[in-house]
Design a binder for this molecule. Structure first.
Ligand SMILES: Cc1cc2nc3c(=O)[nH]c(=O)nc-3n(C[C@H](O)[C@H](O)[C@H](O)COP(=O)(O)OP(=O)(O)OC[C@H]3O[C@@H](n4cnc5c(N)ncnc54)[C@H](O)[C@@H]3O)c2cc1C
Ligand SMILES: *[C@@H]1O[C@H](CO)[C@@H](O)[C@H](O)[C@H]1NC(C)=O
Ligand SMILES: *[C@@H]1O[C@H](CO)[C@@H](O)[C@H](O)[C@H]1NC(C)=O
Ligand SMILES: *[C@@H]1O[C@H](CO)[C@@H](O)[C@H](O)[C@H]1NC(C)=O
Ligand SMILES: *[C@@H]1O[C@H](CO)[C@@H](O)[C@H](O)[C@H]1NC(C)=O
Ligand SMILES: *[C@@H]1O[C@H](CO)[C@@H](O)[C@H](O)[C@H]1NC(C)=O
Length: 538
């Protein structure tokens, strides 16, 4: 079946969702060409589209030549072609090498929301795929850069403004947490946000967002007053608890599946000086360190100023645990960290820090330009199991010891009772977590290495590690299906982890606001509503 909603006969996206005539923002007779005209774009005057009658498949060179030439014609210096400095400044500045290797057809740097409307509509018109990048911290190929397509880089949309009573900060997606905290600090304010400088606001908030302040206020997605988004039809929507509330719910965990967010309007919080840093232990103290981790997590509602994670790894054959202990007030030795502090440490770099100082300090331990994978699971908090997993990790890492540069780390974080409670704020989020069984624990592997030829060995190793851990977790009845999107590997399906009901609801909301599935098909990168980015059997 064919639709005539695109110029010419582009048929790749038609067929789907024909019956969906009730979209509040995209009628069934939606006409991309006239939507572009409504934005002031005279399609018939664009040279690259003369004689262009649609492509037979998505993202062909022909389609993307038409799309990128059209963008260049309309936006001039905001568009960079291959072999230019503008282009390489984009491809060279991702966190992981896997994302840096991607070669888009062109890079588009919009300066306002309607620029993005035009790009999305041109993608629809030509069939050229796109991807969008905020901080570019997602690790795997194609997450925020489009192979052969249009890579939209928000870099020049970097405003941070406060509303009149300073209760809401309006943040454009070109910001990272260093730029946001730096802009708000002079006002004594911050938002619930990231813990390292260069993480972008975009991916972070749309997937959840674990902050130093989360025991006080919840995850970042639970502290959004409203989102301004560009819909698949190029409309600018204000999305809040009262305006498109279903979409507001979906954006709180649903990732890039519903639109491109052009403003994150986040509730502000006070930003007093904090205290914290890493305290490092040797292997003889691992059991005590794990006990301390569990006790701090279980005590989270007693003192919501504390935040922690603990990382286990090996340096030159010495096994180390590093606990990042953060207090959101300038207090050096709060009761809640007493147990940790009674464990002899080989080093402790704790000190008073502003948020700006904190994210700058943490940035240093997360170098750029390496091959990277993050890979998490979730379990119910359990002392015995946490110890078993660390022992299993250390028993298995010799398998990758000979791989150049391989540095596997396992990190424990808590989804505490106060965090879980805050998830029901403002009508709730899409994550499907509930606090009825007590605190949860995210166990995350982070690993970097040097050589592409070792990708397969690393992925295989991590898969076998998690297979073993998940089997044991199920046996002990502590396994939880939740997968944290912001840490998920390309082999995982976080949307399914939100539970069947939430997945179905997300899909029906996507259909309602994006009846042709533009954000599912023309923007294929990262986590879609229908399965893992890469399906394979190891
Ligand atoms: C060193 C490091 C430290 C980290 N620390 C934390 C932490 O403290 N807490 C935590 O919770 N997570 C943390 N993470 C994980 C982090 O939240 C994710 O990597 C997140 O995806 C990064 O967002 P980004 O905007 O930088 O990524 P990007 O790669 O730019 O984007 C990720 C995805 O979101 C989409 N996206 C981005 N912006 C928008 C937008 N405006 N509208 C629609 N879609 C958009 C992109 O298209 C892409 O698909 C960390 C990661 C790293 C590498
Ligand atoms: C879509 O709009 C354009 C420009 O307004 C018009 O020329 C074209 O005929 C329309 N297409 C359809 C199928 O209505
Ligand atoms: C969205 O909200 C902003 C700020 O409140 C307002 O200026 C703008 O006109 C609104 N946009 C739409 C499309 O409603
Ligand atoms: C590990 O060993 C190498 C080679 O001996 C040395 O250069 C490096 O500094 C050591 N790393 C640490 C963290 O001690
Ligand atoms: C935390 O928990 C431990 C043991 O469960 C308890 O002894 C301690 O007093 C608690 N600390 C705080 C700050 O509540
Ligand atoms: C990458 O692998 C090749 C071939 O196995 C090896 O010669 C090279 O030293 C490796 N590179 C690094 C940086 O380790």
């Amino acid at each position: 079946m064919r639709l005539s909603w695109l110029l010419g006969g582009l048929s790749v996206l038609s067929g789907a969702s024909l019956s969906h005539a009730n979209s509040p923002i995209e009628p069934s007779n939606f006409n991309v060409t006239s939507a572009l005209e409504d934005l002031g774009v005279d399609v018939s005057s664009i040279p690259a589209l003369k004689g262009f009658h649609g492509a037979k498949a998505r993202s062909t060179d022909k389609a993307c030549t038409a799309a990128c030439s059209s963008l260049s014609y309309l936006f001039r210096s905001k568009v960079s072609a291959q072999d230019t400095i503008g282009y390489s400044s984009f491809t060279d500045s991702f966190w992981s090498v896997q994302q840096e290797e991607v070669q888009p057809h062109c890079v588009f740097r919009p300066t306002k929301n309607t620029d993005i409307s035009t790009a999305v509509l041109l993608s629809r018109l030509t069939g050229c795929e796109f991807a969008a990048r905020s901080g570019g911290h997602a690790a795997f190929t194609g997450s925020s850069s489009s192979p052969g397509g249009i890579s939209i880089w928000f870099k020049d949309m970097d405003a941070v403004t406060l509303n009149e009573d300073q209760s809401v900060a309006s943040i454009e997606p070109g910001n990272n947490w260093l730029s946001i905290y730096s802009a708000l600090e002079p006002y004594g304010l911050a938002t619930v946000g990231g813990r390292a400088a260069s993480i972008g606001v975009g991916g972070f908030v749309l997937g959840g967002g674990i902050s130093y302040h989360s025991n006080l206020y919840g995850w970042a997605c639970d502290n959004v007053e409203s989102f301004e988004i560009v819909s698949a039809s190029g409309k600018i929507l204000n999305v809040s608890e009262t305006s498109y509330p279903d979409l507001y719910w979906a954006l709180r965990g649903g990732g890039n599946n519903f639109g491109l967010v052009t403003k994150f309007n986040l509730y502000t919080i006070p930003a007093p000086k904090m205290y914290g840093g890493a305290r490092t232990f040797t292997q003889n103290n691992f059991p005590q360190a794990i006990d301390a981790f569990i006790n701090v997590a279980n005590n989270a509602s007693v003192d919501t100023h504390a935040q922690q994670y603990i990382a286990f790894f090996s340096i030159n054959g010495t096994n180390i645990a590093s606990a990042e202990l953060t207090y959101t007030k300038n207090v050096a030795d709060p009761q809640i960290f007493k147990e940790y502090r009674s464990i002899p440490a080989v080093s402790d770099v704790s000190s008073p820090k502003t948020l700006v100082e904190y994210v700058t300090y943490l940035e240093a331990s997360n170098p750029f330009h390496l091959r990277e994978v993050y890979w998490p699971i979730t379990v119910q908090m359990n002392r015995k199991f946490s110890r078993w997993v660390v022992n299993t990790f250390y028993s298995m890492i010799p398998e990758v010891a000979s791989i150049p540069g391989a540095q596997p780390v396992i990190i424990y974080q808590a989804v505490t009772e106060p965090i879980l409670k805050k998830m029901s704020k403002f009508g709730g989020n899409a994550l499907g977590l509930d606090g009825s069984k007590g605190p949860l624990q995210i166990m995350q592997i982070s690993c970097w290495w040097l050589n592409e030829s070792d990708d397969e060995a690393i992925y295989k190793f991590l898969n076998s590690f998690w297979d073993k851990v998940i089997a044991q977790a199920k046996k002990e009845g502590v396994y939880d299906e939740y997968i944290y999107m912001n840490y998920a590997s390309m082999f995982q399906d976080p949307i399914s982890g939100y539970g069947e009901a939430n997945k179905d609801r997300l899909k029906s909301i996507a259909k309602k606001y994006d009846p042709r599935g533009v954000y599912q098909t023309l923007q294929p990168g990262y986590f879609k509503l229908d399965g893992a980015p890469v399906t394979r059997y190891f």
